[in-house]
Design a protein around this ligand. Structure first.
Ligand SMILES: Nc1ncnc2c1ncn2[C@@H]1O[C@H](COP(=O)(O)OP(=O)(O)O)[C@@H](O)[C@H]1O
Ligand SMILES: O=P(O)(O)OC[C@H](O)CO
Length: 500
């Protein structure tokens, strides 16, 4: 039996999954690694942890499946996006920890650049907003703040990459310095229309362009994993950033299709077809995938806290022991209390983009307890999604005339909560569909590599295989929906005002 090895290098853990040629998971392995928070608002990973957990989980999955490298036709990689690594081309050693997408250390740099009017250039070229979230200012920070790095970069000794590039470099033993177009599109250095690195932005941020990786299709040949790693060289034939891989894994191949992934954060992507739609509502314009040289664009809404609010109930408030307990608690919450929780723990993402806000809760009474907190936490994820979907709907209508976006396809750990998904459907007033396979991210990466290797079916056959696990249809009376969403909007306004 032929297998495809999918590597899913995420923010808190690394997963390796072996898919067989009928898309069943033959084996998987997962490893967590340390999160480093050297200062408030800073988040780092040790890049060697990202590599060592990748190598270890791949080996463990291969061993569990009882196969060997000869039975693996290809490797597909998907990864946490924007996270920035700089390493020495000769020794392969990172010059600094990986600066993670959540890291806000470059807020001040972004504020300065915005005040100088540079955001217009950024949005026009890259489709993004000028925010610390993206790689560009993180790379500029490393060049400015780590001893000797600028001189070494200017001498051509250093390479920059997002996590996919770093893993490809390590897998190929330093032979390939490349990335795929979806990861490039998240650096804030890539011109998404011309599809090349943007010299104007690089120059403004002082980034030497020969540090940047070569940009390839998602289903390109990215070299071969070294024979000594898994016993035989294995070609790397697919790469996509994790949210784009989930879009592929959810088979959102038709313009108008949307997926929303509920992990630590929530990332909703709307397929907008072969032309980029520029947002009038502070969403991001990005590349969904480029397969066989053909580019498909997406509008993206990014929320930084989704499942993380449930983690906060568990680890911060200690009112639940595991995430699934939120569901029975929410069911038993007092219907007469309307608590609204704004989980702006690290600021607000789309469509507000306010880095200074912090979380807030409104409507507390003497009777508010764990049940009401659990319900408010699950509801906050629905409200945030409605903000995104309304913005998307408006952008999509402006681009295409009156259109109703199709059903929302959900995935990610938190989509396991029936209560949260029913509330989502209620507050959106739109059907929500959950697939049987929730590992859509790894599946997307496996499909890219597998179809390139000729062992997995083409796009149409893959899309036809998508199977529903559950449907959620709106059941909330309209006056309740309107009242609740209006309360959310007031809570957001108050939270932004409080931040000053
Ligand atoms: N049954 C559940 N109800 C609510 N939240 C859940 C449930 N199961 C998992 N989660 C949340 O989903 C997140 C984990 O999802 P996952 O897709 O593994 O995230 P990531 O890839 O970002 O680590 C956690 O934040 C957890 O709190
Ligand atoms: O690793 P995840 O699943 O939290 O996803 C992170 C996103 O790619 C950040 O943009």
């Amino acid at each position: 039996m032929t297998h495809i090895l999918a590597i899913d290098q995420g923010t808190t853990s690394t997963r390796a999954m072996l898919f067989d040629d009928s898309f069943s998971v033959a084996a998987s392995a997962q490893a967590e690694f340390a999160q480093h928070f050297p200062q408030s608002g800073w988040v780092e990973h040790d890049a060697s942890d990202l590599w060592s957990t990748t190598a270890a989980t791949c080996r463990a999955a291969i061993e569990k499946a009882g196969t060997d490298a000869a039975g693996i036709a290809a490797i597909g990689i998907t990864n946490q996006r924007e996270t920035t690594v700089v390493w020495d081309r000769r020794t392969g050693k990172p010059v600094y920890n990986a600066i993670v997408w959540q890291d806000r250390r470059t807020s001040e740099m972004c504020r300065r650049l915005k005040a100088e009017g540079f955001e217009d250039v950024v949005t026009e070229k890259t489709g993004l907003l000028l925010d610390p979230y993206f790689s560009a200012t993180k790379l500029a920070w490393i060049l400015e703040n780590v001893d000797g790095v600028r001189a070494r970069a200017e001498a051509g000794e250093l390479a920059f990459g997002t996590v996919d590039s770093w893993l490809v470099w390590r897998l190929t033993g330093g032979k390939v310095h490349a990335t795929d177009v979806t990861n490039a599109a998240r650096t804030m250095l890539y011109d998404i229309r011309a599809q090349c690195w943007c010299d104007e932005i690089c120059e403004r941020l002082g980034i030497p362009m020969d540090m940047l990786p070569e940009v390839r299709d998602c289903d390109a040949h990215f070299g071969e994993a070294r024979a000594d790693l898994f016993g035989r060289p294995i070609p790397i034939l697919g790469i996509a950033g994790d949210q784009q891989a989930a879009t592929i894994g959810q088979a959102c191949f038709t313009p108008g299709m949307v997926k929303s992934t509920y992990g630590t954060g929530c990332f909703a992507l709307l397929n907008t077809g072969d032309t980029p739609v520029m947002s009038q509502n502070r969403l991001l314009t990005t590349i969904a995938y480029r397969i066989g040289g053909e580019t498909t664009y997406a509008l993206e809404g990014s929320i930084f806290v989704a499942g993380a609010v449930v983690q906060w109930l568990r680890d911060g408030l200690e009112i639940i022991r595991n995430a699934a307990e939120t569901q029975p608690l929410a069911h038993r919450a007092d219907a007469t209390q309307e608590l609204v929780l704004v989980p702006a723990f690290t600021g607000l993402g789309a469509p507000y983009w306010n880095a200074d806000c912090r979380g807030a809760i409104y409507g507390l009474t003497r009777n508010s307890g764990p049940r009401e907190f659990a319900r408010a936490a699950l509801e906050s994820v629905g409200y945030q999604t409605r903000d995104l979907i309304e913005a998307m709907q408006a952008d999509w209508e402006a681009a295409r005339g009156t259109v109703r976006m199709e059903t929302l396809r959900v995935d990610g750990g938190m989509s396991a909560s029936d209560w949260a998904m029913q509330f989502l459907s209620d507050i959106l007033d739109q059907p929500v569909e959950r697939p049987k396979v929730l590992e859509t991210t790894a599946m997307g990466a496996a499909w890219l590599a597998g179809q390139k290797a000729g062992v997995l079916p083409d796009r149409e056959a893959f899309a036809a295989r998508w199977q529903k696990d559950a449907d959620f249809t709106p059941a909330m009376p309209e006056p309740d929906r309107a009242r609740k969403y209006a309360a959310w909007k007031r809570a957001i306004e108050a939270t932004i005002t409080f931040a000053g």
